[in-house]
Design a protein. Sequence first.
Length: 370
Amino acid sequence: MVEGGLKKVPGKTVKIAIFHDYFGAIGGGEKVVIEMAKCLDADIITTDTDAVTRIDPTVRVISLGKTIAFPPLKQISAAIKFRTCDFSKKYDFFIFTGNWSPAAAHRHRPNLWYCYTPVRAFYDLHATFLSRQDFITRQLFRTWTFFHRIADQRSIAKVDRIIAISRNVQTRIRHYHHRDAQVIYPPVDTSLYHCKEYGDFWLSVNRLYPEKRIELQIEAFRQMPEERLIIIGGYARGDHAAKYAEKIRQNLPQNITIRGEVHDEELRDLYARCRGHICTALDEDYGLTPLEAMASGKPVVAVDEGGYRETVTPETGILVKPEVDSIIDAVSAISCHPALYRDACEARAREFDLPGFQKQILREVAGTSQ
């Protein structure tokens, strides 16, 4: 773990640090942080570092220590670590990603927040999170979100500039934080992906969180025994997903396999060989996995909500209602001729390719840090 990192941006040389919540699991957010750090030659300051070396062991990481592996103490301990740390004299510019790292904004300026989403448990999914709790836990959850929503608003007030990962998130920022934000879509490095075949299985790649509604996928494929589904993904220790992840593993039909987290090389091979990709997340912030599938020439079945509306087109897949029957109809339709989607999928993925993202991020850092 090394400190340092210089990056020349037009007219100025700045030393940059990226604050990220934690690397307890591998997801789209973690991949974007890695790409941003490499583009800007920045250091990453974070808490749990379990998954960093599984993504890219070459990045420079400074650990603030472990969080408490129990919700919401995990989130609270992360926010405290960011709020109390001080790197203000070591860097010239600061980027925050995730939900808890903006707690450092009061001490680290100039800065920008690359916003994956305002904290969903505090804002748009507050009622959904409440409904999952028993009576006692519900009262504790209300208390936590009440006070930490206030702290969150104060932290975001110290952010100089906000960039949203999608128009969907841009709307949430305007609604909950009353701030304007530019949109810069997270990238997919299309050079890493390719198509080998349209095999005998569908692929699902997501964190094993309740918001991903993986039970919809499982029930749909339970009713399609002639189709196979491989589910890839994990969750961070101490997050709210442990019980859900355990529940969905119970009574799986023989045509569904949950494989947990896999290395990038294995994941890209699965993309290359699958028949198609399926996504069912609730009002997804953006969704990087559909673009990874498209970069592999594979069509996508996604729920007609959130960020999927910004990436999936009629030429690259089918947007469906979040219902089992709708998913079954779309999977069955695409399975007949998945290769017909290949050219359009690859072309769509190139619209979100890595060089465009790098150019936009460099321009924004240059403008904000001056």
